[in-house]
Design a protein around this ligand. Structure first.
Ligand code: ARG
Length: 600
């Protein structure tokens, strides 16, 4: 259902056109003076200037054309030529009724041509604990997955598990050096032990140590490189050992994602693209795209004249191609991060043939994706414009730098969730909430509050901006926070429960009070918020709508008694409005990946 603002915009455009004025100037916006009007159009000012006409006269003529519109109860010209619109109460009531009756989309609309969409997000890695960088990708990606699904697309969320490359060779050598994996280090064909020789704790301890050692110890680094090459070439013992690393990590990661309410349709690893590699390289070669560069093989992706100044080691400055060439095969013969991403595009094309692939990855990887996308387009693996990098800013500490723990380390996601849950319990108790709940229900509620706080704090910021991590603020029951929204949801649920106990039901919606008008208008704006969020891939537009809706309900509830309304019809109408607000709010939060409790 198109929202009122859009519909009015079309009507005003038609009136402009009928007056011989450029219809694109007819923009309708929400009124700055809600006491006087619901919407306004300032277009007559610019249009009159272009026509050298009197703006007030033009506005008056446009207004006269619209004054018969049955959706409007008032069309007035104000000031130098603003047109103010007041929506008829009956129109608001009909529209609110339609939203209340839309049990699936709560007033939002599906796309006309559904697409097949792959969303590549989270990108966790074997043996490396997830940190807050993965948190943002997980939260934003999960929300986009839900948003695209809501609008009718077929969506595959893919974790794109980092299970390949040099890190794996490092781990094989490090585990081998501890003398625990002898059975896997033999040259034979197996069979190899079913039991993993390492736990998650071992991997998390060994990986950073091995990475550090590789930086200082060239002999160790060379052994790790060799192990990587042998693993990738298929050495059975290494493959078996690696499978254990992958399985141990994945189990732990899935537990963490589960706690966050993040799920994937695909857990494809970078390794799954490996079988596509040889054919891909041959294809790049046949197309003449693969060129020698200092012993390595690269694809040039910059067009003519695309250069930037680059300082060389000797201090001289040259004009280098920008973006730089994509490194496909290093001088040591290994496939690189970008090679894997290219091969993954080939794999997705063969298995899914998506219309669109969205990559939800830190903004700092923007150049990497620019290189990969250009190379994929050149190779004919994807149609131009069907690969999109959706970058995001960092979660910062109060010092403005990417968030670190007090000890200076990266904060593990697991510890963050634990901290958030502790705080949620304390906040609930302080606010005297959840006192009547069973211990299990209290715990489940605290978990929901914690996750809502983290997710809403992230998603209420525009994806591209960085924000400051402040658990105390995120966790407050007041202000623009997840807990505030959950509190409003629970309040409406409690109201509806009490109504049901009293045998009070819904009846046709009537819009009388200004708080009812505001609530109806807010409900009506959902469709636009959803389609804007979808078009721009910006979940914060949904977060903003959810917050506005919660506030609008709160004001309505304060101004318009529901259970003690003056008559049954008013009570029934207000209950219907409350229920519509609840359903839309719950749906908006669901799109953000936020679960709501029944009570607290
Ligand atoms: N595993 C990578 C990391 O931790 C992120 C992967 C992003 N996705 C991709 N298709 N490259 O940085």
């Amino acid at each position: 259902m198109a929202d009122l603002k859009t519909e009015l915009g079309e009507a005003v455009a038609a009136a402009f056109a009928a007056e011989g004025v450029d219809a694109s100037l007819a923009r309708v916006t929400t009124s700055d003076r809600p006491d006087l009007a619901d919407f306004q159009s300032n277009g007559a000012l610019a249009a009159a200037k272009a026509l050298k006409a009197n703006p007030r006269d033009l506005a008056t003529r446009v207004a006269a054309r619209l004054s018969g519109d049955p959706r409007l109860s008032g069309v007035e010209v104000a000031g130098p030529g603003f047109i103010n619109f007041k929506v008829a109460e009956a129109t608001l009531a009909t529209r609110a009724e339609a939203i209340a009756g839309d049990t699936v989309l709560a007033g939002a609309s599906a796309v006309t041509t559904p697409r097949k969409v792959v969303i590549d997000y989270a990108g966790p890695n074997v043996a490396k604990p997830m940190h807050v960088g993965h948190l943002r990708s997980s939260i934003i990606g999960e929300s986009l997955k839900r948003l695209f699904r809501l609008r009718g697309d077929t969506v595959w969320g893919d974790a794109h598990f980092g299970d390949w490359g040099f890190q794996m060779g490092l781990l094989i050598v490090a585990v081998g050096d501890e003398g625990r994996a002898d059975a896997f280090l033999t040259d034979g064909e197996g069979p190899f032990p079913d039991q993993s020789p390492v736990s998650l704790e071992d991997l998390e301890r060994l990986y950073p140590a091995a990475a550090a050692q590789a930086k200082e110890d060239p002999a160790f680094r060379d052994r790790a490189r060799k192990a990587t090459a042998e693993l990738q070439a298929g050495r059975p013992g290494y493959r078996a050992l690696w499978q254990h690393f992958v399985a141990v990590s994945r189990t732990a990661l899935e537990r963490e994602f589960g706690a966050l309410g993040v799920t994937f349709d695909l857990w494809n690893g970078e390794s799954d693209a490996d079988p596509r590699m040889a054919e891909m390289i041959a294809h790049l070669e046949a197309r003449g795209l693969l060129v020698q560069d200092d012993g390595a093989r690269v694809v040039h992706v910059a067009g003519p004249g695309e250069t930037r100044k680059k300082k060389l080691a000797d201090g001289s400055v040259i004009e280098a191609p920008s973006p730089p060439p994509l490194l496909v095969i290093s001088s040591e013969g290994s496939a690189m991060y970008g090679t894997t991403d290219m091969a993954t595009i080939v794999d997705r094309r063969e298995t899914i043939d998506p219309d669109l692939i969205l990559y939800v990855v830190d903004e700092r990887q923007a150049e990497h994706f620019e290189q990969v996308f250009r190379a994929a387009y050149l190779a004919g693996y994807a149609e131009k414009g069907t690969l999109e990098h959706l970058g995001f800013g960092t979660m910062n500490g109060t010092d403005g730098k990417p968030f670190k723990t007090r000890a200076g380390g990266v904060l593990k996601l697991h510890d963050l969730i634990t901290q958030a849950r502790d705080k949620a319990r304390a906040r609930l108790t302080e606010a005297n909430l959840g006192a009547d709940l069973s211990p299990e229900e209290f715990e489940a509620t605290a978990h929901k509050v914690a996750i809502a706080a983290l997710k809403f704090a992230d998603l209420s910021n525009s994806r591209t901006t960085s924000y400051v991590f402040d658990l105390d603020r995120f966790m407050s029951f007041e202000g623009k926070t997840g807990p505030y929204l959950l509190y409003q949801v629970v309040r409406i649920r409690s109201l509806l429960r009490r109504a049901a106990e009293q045998g009070a039901g819904v009846s046709p919606i009537a819009i009388v009070e200004s708080a009812e008008r505001d609530l109806a208008l807010t409900l009506d704006a959902f469709d636009q918020a959803v389609s804007d969020a979808y078009d721009k891939r910006m979940p914060h537009l949904i977060a903003e709508h959810a917050y506005r809706l919660a506030q609008s309900f709160s004001k309505f509830y304060a101004a318009c008694p529901v259970l003690i309304a003056p008559d049954d019809a008013t009570r029934g109408s207000r209950l219907a409005l409350s229920k519509a607000a609840l359903d839309q709010l719950v749906l908006a939060l669901d799109v953000l990946g936020i679960e709501t409790p029944e009570r607290m």
